[in-house]
Design a protein around this ligand. Sequence first.
Ligand code: ADP
Ligand code: ASP
Ligand code: MG
Length: 463
Amino acid sequence: MIVMKFGGTSVEDSAAIRRLIEIVDSELPRRPIVFVSACAGVTNQLLKIADFSATGKKDQANDLIAAIRSRHEKLVDELIGAELPKNYLKGKISVYAHELKNLSQAISVLGEVTGRSRDTIASYGERLSSMIIAQAMEESSMKSMFVDAREFMITDDNYSNAVPLFDIVEEKSKKLLLPLVRDGYVVVTQGFIGSSENGITTTIGRGGSDYSASIVGSLLDAEEIQIWTDVDGVLTADPSIVKGARRIKKMSFNEASELAYFGARVLHPKTILPAIDKSIPVYVRNSRNPSYNGTLITKGDGNKECVAKSIAYKERITLLNIESSRMFLAPNFLEAVFSVFSKYQTIAHAVATSEVSVTIAIEDTTHLEELKRDISEFAEVSESAGKAIVCIVGENIRYSPGVVGRIFSALKEVRVNMISQGASEINVGFVVDEKDIGQTVQMLHEELFADAGSQGSFHEIFD
Ligand code: ADP
Ligand code: ASP
Ligand code: MG
């Protein structure tokens, strides 16, 4: 059995869905379970509906509901010929549009949107796309079965960022999905959405469909997890910044995790973790170019010569500069600092310490004021916002003493605010001003990837 996940652009219109069906068809002997995202842009529209409703912009909310409705009706018209399923799907779309209107109305009466209603609204994107895709497969004579992910993806009730309860997900998905797979059905289900133990709809974080697929792939011991997207695989940098970004043919689990964690949108940050547990290979492939092999992510890449694999960046970073008021770092100073971070559940993405101070890079500023207040009881604290972390990832950075020098000499004109090398030693990260991101990533890419001869057996690793 394999798990295949198709992202928003891979289900964006009827042509994309036809390509998806062809791709799934070519994998039928390997018994696929298919996870789909909402059609590109729909989750954003749904979240806007929630915000418009809460701020009294009823007309804008209704316009978006109408747009979502007609987009999906068009999909049905273009993909489904038979009258009965066509009417059934249109009826469902109409019911969902009414439910969205009712939710929008309720939110506008309250004047605020709760996490619970935001997740319920966000779930309609995946629910709509998946039911149409499952039916379109039937039309093309594929034996498929629609399954609502909320029946097996059981999570806690931390809305918008719900955490799957693995034991229950394992038990339910084994009971529900495996018999269908054994009976030769292509299971079509949704990424991103789940349900609390009380049956309330949840979502597992933006871009979370990758994670849904890898969780189930791992729990059901899939042979392979395939992430189908709109680029040729994991690239040496974000292609929207670096035009000449190259495809990485192979990378290790650690490299891919680190890259995803530091902002490469192509994979949700947690995607790789479940695959590591069972050593399941993950392929990232282009649904617009399915004959291409994509990127294979496995246990180790076996190539000791290639130093850097890819460059990622994370924007909207704030630096907190914390100086010990006693002019030296007392043994328990860092402990005191981090206990404040722990109290407010704020993740430190990078840390640098000197004799008298510590600088911490954070992304989540929800509790910034409380963090500063608590820390100021024992240290001076100041903040600088508008920063970005840039991160160069590669298994062999640890074996290559010259690489850090090369990285920083490439950045002549860029002001570097802070440097940190990950404990895993497979990344080098540093903080720059957000406005310098484009220039920084382009210069680094030029230094590390433009010259094919500069990194050992380059052609085995990159296109
Ligand atoms: P999907 O809807 O298929 O999940 P996403 O938009 O979430 O697709 O992720 C794919 C996008 O990630 C690409 O279109 C690309 O712009 C962006 N991206 C950022 N960094 C990288 C990278 N290093 N390699 C590949 N794509 C990247
Ligand atoms: N549709 C969701 C989002 O846009 C989940 C996903 O596509 O992975 O965040
Ligand atoms: Mg994605």
